[in-house]
Design a protein around this ligand. Structure first.
Ligand code: UD1
Ligand code: CA
Length: 427
């Protein structure tokens, strides 16, 4: 059966206290919150609708630039989560499949969980399934209220809950699966007579019950997955949770992480076996790291980086959008950006690829072919190519292409003045 996703991303995110960035575009290790949700749902769905409102232009641009099957739908004004979903009704007028609803602010949800959730929905012949979980501290989440026979009754928001309801630890994860044609009528019947004066999506549960539809809850065991980001404190906590999950995956695959407490590696990084990641290393965005590499301590990979096998990226080295071929060393204190490094290249300490021209505001590439050796403290001013086997003398400022097997040297001659100290300073 066809599945389409609706992702709610129009809210203001008041509790983030951000003037410049809409909540769903805040990042965890180089990827936006919305990006995580889209990436984890897109393999299950034929089309995704992102509901945008606050900072709509930015969110729209982000979606357009990064997700070709996703469409944005504008919600103005933002009258609540139920109102948000109702915005897709015209788009899905004759649609008869499943709709998966998610929030753009719960980035930890996994693709395999969503798969199981949809399977559960189908196996129960459910018309509407809501994902729930148990939180020791359920504050701020909607509570799942059940009947005496344990079947669902409704969801009550924190602000509308009685003190007795507030004790309930089963919460609404904000993820729903619906048989669209059966639940669609609910969206023209939601009311806003609640503490926040909003059209609550959560009210589709009691609506479905009143219509005698088959309404179920799927209880998620790993409650971490639906951790929602409402504040910067949540953002830091989610980053930690995501990181721990990623590091465990890498370690189980044969990567040594010397100090998991101080190492950060994004979900979209692949790492080969027997690679060692030393402490205080930060790896964000999409990267591929080969086998038997040594990364760090204190290395920073900023995304778009491909590191082949047996490569060393040492301390205080920053790499961005570059390929480093096998058996190459970038040992110390270097910046490698928009570059291609061949095999058996050696980069001396303090080497910089100057990839940005402030006059043209353009970034250009640095290409170093196999066996190139770059002396310490050199600057490679891009665009520039150093052909195979060429050497750059220490302190070189390389503004022109260097032919194969040549030596390029830009040093002024060394002057040594005998006894200068004795005569000038000590007399
Ligand atoms: C919501 C649920 C709550 C659940 C929690 C899980 C409702 C009424 N409450 O609460 O039961 O436990 O998520 O995380 O649904 N949004 C819009 N348009 C709007 C309002 C919100 O697109 O008009 C979007 C927001 O951008 C956000 C999502 O919907 O991505 C959830 O909104 P938020 O205000 O964070 O709801 P919660 O209070 O967390
Ligand atoms: Ca939320």
């Amino acid at each position: 059966m066809d599945i389409k996703a609706v992702i709610l991303a129009a809210g203001k995110g008041t509790r983030m206290k951000s003037e410049t960035t809409p909540k769903v575009l805040h990042e965890i290790m180089g990827k936006t919150l919305l990006g995580y949700v889209l990436d984890n749902v897109k393999n299950l769905t034929s089309e995704e609708f992102v509901i945008v409102g606050h900072h709509a232009d930015e969110v729209e641009k982000y979606v357009k630039d990064n997700y070709e099957n996703a469409k944005t739908v504008l919600q103005t004004p933002q009258l609540g989560t139920g109102h948000a979903v109702s915005m897709v009704c015209p788009e899905l007028e004759n649609y008869d499949g499943l709709v998966l609803i998610l929030c753009g602010d719960t980035p930890l949800i996994k693709e395999e969980t969503l798969k199981k959730f949809v399977e559960f929905h189908k196996s129960q012949h459910s018309d509407l399934t809501v994902m729930s979980t148990i939180f020791e501290n359920p504050t701020n989440y909607g509570r799942i209220i059940r009947e005496a026979d344990n079947s669902l009754r409704c969801i009550v928001e924190e602000k509308d809950a009685t003190s007795e309801q507030k004790l309930v630890k089963e919460v609404n994860a904000g993820i729903y699966c619906l048989n669209w044609s059966k639940i669609k009528p609910a969206f023209s019947q939601l009311k806003s007579n609640n503490a926040q004066g909003e059209y609550y999506l959560t009210d589709i549960i009691s609506w479905g019950k009143a219509q005698n539809l088959n309404v179920n809850a799927y209880i998620l065991e790993d409650s971490d997955e639906i951790y929602g980001i409402n504040s910067r404190i949540n953002l830091a906590q989610a980053t930690k949770m995501m990181n721990r999950r990623n590091l465990e995956k890498y370690m189980l695959n044969g990567v040594t992480i010397v100090d998991p407490e101080s190492t950060w590696i994004s979900e979209d990084t692949q790492i080969g076996q027997d690679t060692i990641i030393y402490p205080a290393t930060y790896i964000e965005g999409k990267n591929i790291i080969g086998k038997n590499c040594k990364i760090g301590p204190c290395a920073h990979l900023r995304g778009g980086v491909e590191v082949c096998d047996n490569v060393k990226v040492g301390n205080f080295v920053e790499v961005k959008k570059s390929k480093i071929s096998s058996n190459t060393n970038v040992g110390h204190l270097s910046y490698i950006g928009d570059s291609e490094l061949g095999e058996h290249v050696n980069i001396g300490a303090g080497t910089i690829t100057a990839n940005y021209n402030p006059l043209t505001k353009e970034k250009s590439k640095t290409i170093l072919k196999d066996n190139v050796k770059v002396g310490s403290n050199s600057v490679l001013v891009a665009p520039v190519t150093v052909e195979e086997g060429a050497n750059i003398g220490a302190g070189g400022i390389i503004t022109k292409n260097v032919p194969a097997w040549a030596l390029a040297i830009t040093r002024s001659p060394l002057k040594i003045m005998a006894d200068w100290v004795k005569f000038k300073l000590l007399k």
